[in-house]
Write a protein that binds this ligand. Sequence first.
Ligand SMILES: Cc1cc2nc3c(=O)[nH]c(=O)nc-3n(C[C@H](O)[C@H](O)[C@H](O)COP(=O)(O)OP(=O)(O)OC[C@H]3O[C@@H](n4cnc5c(N)ncnc54)[C@H](O)[C@@H]3O)c2cc1C
Length: 507
Amino acid sequence: MPEPTATHARVLILGTGFAGLGMATNLKRAGQDDFLVLERGAAVGGTWRDNTYPGCACDVPSLLYSFSFAQNPEWSDTFSPQPEIWDYLKDVASKEGILPHCRFDTVVEEARWDDAEQRWHVRTSQGTYTAEVVVSGVGGLSEPKVPDVPGIEDFEGTTFHSARWDHEHQLAGERVAVIGTGASAIQFVPEIQPEVGHLTLFQRTPPWIMERRSRPFKPVERFLFRHVPGAQRLARASIYWARELSVFGFAKNPKILKRAERFARAHLHGQVQDPELRRKLTPTYTMGCKRILLSNDYYPALTQPNVTVETAGIAEVRAHSIVTTDGTEHPVDTIIFGTGFQATEMPAAQVIYGADGVRLADQWDATSVSAFLGTSVHGFPNLFFIVGPNTGLGHTSMVFMIESQVAYIRQALDAMAERGTPVLDVKPEVEAAYNDGVQEQLAPTVWNTGGCSSWYLDRQGRNTLLWPTFTFVFRKRTSRFDPEHYRVVAAAPLGADAARVPATAAD
Ligand SMILES: Cc1cc2nc3c(=O)[nH]c(=O)nc-3n(C[C@H](O)[C@H](O)[C@H](O)COP(=O)(O)OP(=O)(O)OC[C@H]3O[C@@H](n4cnc5c(N)ncnc54)[C@H](O)[C@@H]3O)c2cc1C
């Protein structure tokens, strides 16, 4: 008998964030056990395992930013802090029986479709796996982005990215440079400002910031969520619909955002008295073009005597300083990158090879980044993305999109099973027509026309990240799997090189 060279599962799920866990739970609840979840980290949790910076919390209310099938009456706050969200995800994984399916510390290095065998070969840091289907949940915001600053390699102090916070390193009394003013920076700057000696914030573009209406849940609310059927669902639904209303401003008529802009300006004026600092912090682009941020303590932190807001660009980094384009040298002990993630680059595309050995990144370079329903790419059979192209949101919970895609993929898997596990490959013309429609809808939105350069846009200025309209439209479009959208090929028998292991067996 030949030696087994690969571990086989019907479905391989990549990643254990909301996406991977959502998919795994859906399969598990349907009694489908033949799946494995590959995760490079040592625990489940994705975003909420990796982002441990001080002050990290969600910016969509927890009642909505959670699974619909695992609502949690115990949230401590309307916007929960990171440790609680991570605990929640660990709890879901444990209660739903997902952990025995997980293979941790397993970095997916390459995924290659084999046309002859009609299956995926997935090479990892822990050996090779094969699968009839791969579901990628590797995250849109999971690879930190560090700008290529001249001289950074000569810096002799400490550097780290906010998504890889160095908790061993003591910032007390240090001269700290924070580069970036996005969603993470505005959360950790107020937390570290009181302890550092001096904080220099290097700002390229100021964000629009609104008041954060965050508060602890009252015991009576938690009691109601626990004991009154439907109470939590009702609260969740009201948040959902309030957030959907904002789509009128983002996507239909950006003039509506003018009113919100007035609130944001009032927020800034109320918290920053110094006219020069206020000028630096006032955005010059239409609100909504970049993600609108929520904070009550970011502006007050910037008014403190140990903080400088630097708007000149960074020219170079030296051994113990950062020099800006106006020639000023800022002495620095530690640099913290709050510079976001490789979002438009979609790093996974570099290591996925479809039919005919085509690399996904090359296919997307030649045409454009696109996927039918953000899920299926032609030439990449039996591969489904969760949080793929144009599924990102600027206004509400990503979990809503994730659950829509999970339900769609489940239907695809069921359709395959009914037909004896055939191969599904989305038709190129279906994908192209879908993508043209999405881009057409995006054209007039504030994300495309708001006059900013945001991380929503790729190098060509194309918005390949955001869903263009209401999320219930996405839910409707993904609610029914139509095999007519796919090229369907009959399946080849299982080859001898793959060892079937019981997927539920823990390592
Ligand atoms: C700080 C922060 C705050 C956020 N707040 C909100 C919010 O309030 N509301 C909202 O809607 N969204 C928010 N987001 C967006 C958030 O990323 C999504 O809501 C959601 O968590 C994405 O889940 P995911 O499972 O798709 O990806 P992730 O949570 O990123 O999970 C991806 C998983 O894949 C694993 N993985 C990646 N590559 C490999 C590989 N090669 N091999 C093996 N495993 C791999 C990673 O280790 C990770 O565990 C926030 C993001 C950040 C960074």
